[in-house]
Design a protein around this ligand. Structure first.
Ligand SMILES: [Zn+2]
Length: 202
């Protein structure tokens, strides 16, 4: 079993105050999925985490051309460690987890996250799911986590969550350093070049 972790506690503290809990994106019934998520005006109350997960998955596929065809079980849960079935290494600060294991592919996020952080965590974990299908040889943790943060940042930028993506870009930790590494790779090589590097590097 391989697991990936996203300890985002610091960012959560910074960002949660600006946005009311429970404000979420509308469910999409559109044949043009990107349209449903590319505006802050699409943000409405009462969308469930599962509805948001579907929205972000559709957006990642359409906007970043990162199609994930594998079935993924998604759930917002109170206790990530219980669902992960493994010891989590970062003091309970994890906000999301992707599991590629005996039960198939699973993404769990901590319930009750403010919407921008929930969206960020979902995008981060979906990036890990995409990596599982497209970069099976990738071992570099900095590239794995940096790319997941880069995908999350693209979504926050798309939605205009400027405080949140500014904080993500400036994080003074492994996730911030890894993000900036991947951002610079994308600047230098373009998105396609970045994807190529991720697929070819060990
Ligand atoms: Zn991660």
């Amino acid at each position: 079993m391989r697991t990936f972790f996203a300890p985002l506690a610091v960012l959560c503290c910074v960002t949660a105050a600006s946005f009311p809990h429970g404000s979420c994106l509308a469910e999409s019934d559109s044949s043009s999925p990107k349209q449903s998520i590319d505006s802050r005006e699409a943000i409405l109350l009462d969308a469930s985490p599962t509805a948001l997960f579907q929205q972000v998955r559709t957006w990642v596929s359409a906007a970043l051309e990162m199609s994930i065809t594998h079935e993924i079980q998604f759930e917002a849960v109170a206790d990530l460690a219980e669902y992960a079935g493994v010891d989590l290494p970062t003091d309970g600060n994890e906000r999301g987890i992707f599991i590629e294991g005996e039960k198939g592919w699973q993404i769990f996020v901590r319930e009750g996250l403010p919407t921008p952080l929930l969206l960020e965590v979902i995008a981060h974990e979906l990036a890990h799911a995409w990596q599982a299908g497209n970069c099976p040889g990738l071992q570099r943790i900095d590239l794995k986590e940096g790319f997941a943060q880069w995908v999350a940042c693209q979504l926050l930028k798309e939605l205009g969550f400027s405080k949140e993506y500014t904080a993500l870009e400036a994080r003074d930790d492994f996730y911030g350093e890894s993000y900036r590494l991947v951002r610079d790779l994308e600047k230098g090589h373009g998105r396609d070049g970045l994807i190529k590097i991720l697929k070819e590097i060990d």
